[in-house]
Design a protein around this ligand. Structure first.
Ligand SMILES: *Cc1c(COP(=O)(O)O)cnc(C)c1O
Length: 388
């Protein structure tokens, strides 16, 4: 392998670029996870992570990818044969529903066009009496479409239905505003490798009292994922098994960085980069996959290729010529879209570089008309510089 100078541009929507501060924080000795120094670290991060979810209720940290937290959410609160309401917003919602079916849950899947979010009216219409949980992906990473969680909650409240509300925030936490308590969410799952800027390996679960009560009636077998075991051990700053100690050093640093910048500034930054990217796409004469402007994702943008042009071939050009990784189209939109990740440790110039790589790639790919996108983004970024 030959040496490539400069940094690789990792512009997939997760894992995201891990900042040097976090890498350095993780570069320490792995300590005794039953000792006092560890307990201090764990109590610290278990408390401080709550502010990121905007919750005062417990947040659990499992050594796992986000998928583990999906599974834990279902097996702790539900039982075989229970019915859940899910929405086909894209590939991640589909994967979560597949997982649910494998456990013998009955999934009522509301079909979707992979270009729009959950419609609150659908929530109201489909909430039959036997539904035990409503599961929604906040930011559908395969499409760059968000769903309005407060509106989903309001729709559930209008029916007075007692179902649990479960939300996947794996690619929205610490990117876009999210309020576990205020929005009345019962289970929020997330992961380390996206907005939190950490390597993969930690999953997060914020739990409401109602979700905790539901665990008492859950008859699914579980051991590793048992919330109760985790909660009990966490009280004193420990885990029921070996935790991912060095990732927790990283998490402590990540939370410190988010607090230093301020969550509102973090969200404004993601908003600015989302908008700048969409302006570039429009100038290129291309279309974003997300149909409704109020549902645009600020974590990533999925861009549709013109008919007859394969998005993976473009991604290959960009990787080979400019050392940048773009996200591929997943599931139904494979080959039809490419995704630009603009989440995590990211600033205006990183975005300018990423968009430059895409624009040069489009040109080499024979889309000669795709010009002026970088310029449109730069004009907007300059206009917004230093503002929220
Ligand atoms: C990345 C992602 C997942 C999958 O998480 P893993 O950490 O790969 O298990 C699930 N949902 C969403 C919305 C994601 O972005």
């Amino acid at each position: 392998m030959s040496h490539k100078s400069g940094r690789h541009f990792l512009q997939i929507p997760g894992p995201t670029n891990v900042p040097d501060r976090i890498l350095r924080a993780m570069d320490g000795p792995t300590i005794d996870h039953r000792g006092p120094e560890f307990a201090e670290l764990a109590l610290d991060v278990l408390y401080d992570i709550k502010a990121i979810f905007k919750t005062e209720q417990p947040v659990l940290i499992f050594p796992a990818s986000g998928t583990g937290a999906w599974e834990a959410a279902l097996v702790n609160t539900l039982s075989h044969g229970d019915k859940v309401l899910m929405f086909e917003t894209g590939q991640f919602a589909t994967l979560w529903s597949n997982l649910a079916r494998r456990f013998g849950l009955e999934v009522d899947m509301v079909p979707g066009d992979w270009r729009s979010g959950v419609k609150p009216q659908d929530v109201e219409d489909r909430l039959s009496a036997d539904i035990k949980a409503v599961c929604v992906v906040h930011n559908e990473t395969s499409t760059g479409v968000t769903s309005n969680i407060a509106a989903v909650r309001a729709a559930m409240d209008r029916t007075g239905h007692p179902a649990l509300l479960m939300v996947d925030t794996i690619s929205s936490l610490a990117c876009m505003d999210y309020r576990h308590d205020e929005w009345g969410v019962d289970v929020t799952v997330s992961g380390s490798q996206k907005g939190l800027m950490l390597p993969p390996g930690l999953s997060f679960t914020a739990i409401s009292m109602k979700a905790l009560e539901a665990t008492e009636n859950s008859s699914f077998a579980k051991s590793y994922w048992h919330w109760d075991e985790m909660l009990k051990a966490n009280e004193k700053g420990f885990f029921p098994y070996t935790p991912a100690t060095n990732l927790l050093y990283g998490l402590q640093e990540s939370i410190a960085m988010l607090n230093e910048e301020g969550l509102d500034t973090v969200f404004a930054r993601h908003r600015r980069h989302g908008e700048a990217t969409r302006r570039a796409v429009a100038a290129w004469g291309l279309e974003v996959l997300c149909k409704n402007p109020e549902e645009y994702s600020n974590s990533l943008t999925a861009v549709m290729m013109p008919d007859g042009k394969n998005a993976d071939a473009l991604r290959k050009v960009v990787l080979e010529k400019f050392d940048m990784s773009l996200g591929s189209g997943l599931g139904k939109v494979a080959g039809k879209v490419f995704r630009i990740g603009h989440l995590g440790d990211f600033n205006d110039l990183t975005l300018a570089g990423a968009l430059s790589g895409v624009e040069m790639g489009l040109r080499l790919f024979g889309l000669a008309g795709a010009k002026g996108g970088v310029d449109a983004a730069l004009v907007y970024l300059a206009e917004r510089a230093g503002k929220k």
